[in-house]
Write a protein that binds this ligand. Structure first.
Ligand code: GRF
Length: 222
């Protein structure tokens, strides 16, 4: 039983009665480079975790191909009729599948839908997301374009717990990326993604090694 996350919203101690690799499920809609970084960390032995399944709301998402190439259960599960959120019958189906695979932590890796109360309540403080900016700056879509257009000198990426807001949950890990004079949206996004591929395995490592505690909205690592 994973208990390195608090069971309630408040901080609790770290208890792990049955140590085992952290059971992770990944949800993604796209290319899956972040999913790949987690697969690679596990295979390299630097992250004590098992990916129990990868689920996508997009039938031909690259993340499903990546999972299959590593013999990880890869499922397309439609989230229709909604276009931008996971709710209703589709949400119930996701929860059923995630529970069936025994997922302890849900990793959103380019999952292009808002996660709603049903999933949040099913996995309280157990859903992570990665955002391509230093939150709370530049929440929402295409954050690297927002940072560039704003004239920021530094941006980066943030791994955070998911709550009911948009990109508002407690911050676990951040990596800074300088914005260069000649950056385009593409070059900047590529450098942010390099840092994402370090940040996501790092955040999961804190959890998998039971060195993660939530105090209010502050995440304590170590
Ligand atoms: C990443 O840039 C992440 O920050 C955002 O969606 C993108 C997913 O990329 N949430 P990938 O599918 O992991 O390559």
């Amino acid at each position: 039983m994973l208990a390195c996350f608090p069971i309630s919203g408040e901080s609790e101690g770290v208890v792990n009665e049955t140590p085992h690799p952290l059971k992770i499920a990944i949800l993604g809609s796209g290319r899956g480079s972040n999913g790949q970084s987690i697969i690679d960390a596990i295979e390299a032995g630097t992250l004590s975790a098992e990916i129990v399944c990868v689920i996508s709301d997009v039938a031909d998402a690259g993340i499903l191909d990546r999972a299959r190439a590593h013999h990880i259960p890869a499922l397309f599960v439609s989230a229709a009729p909604f276009k931008t959120k996971l709710e209703g019958r589709a949400e119930a189906e996701y929860i059923r599948i995630l529970r069936g695979y025994g997922a302890e932590v849900i990793v959103l890796a380019g999952f292009m839908r808002l996660v709603k109360k049903g999933l949040l309540d099913a996995f309280p403080n157990r859903i992570l997301n990665i955002h391509p900016a230093l939150l709370p700056a530049f929440p929402g879509m295409a954050s690297w374009k927002q940072a560039l257009a704003y004239g920021a000198k530094v941006t980066g990426c943030t791994v955070h717990l998911v709550d009911e807001g948009t990109d508002t949950g407690p911050i676990i890990v951040q990596k800074a990326v300088p914005i260069l004079e000649n950056d385009t949206p593409e070059t900047l996004h590529a450098r942010i993604q390099e840092q994402e591929h370090i940040a996501y395995p790092e955040a999961l490592r804190w959890i998998a090694t039971h060195r993660f505690r939530l105090e209010g909205r502050r995440v304590r690592l170590g």
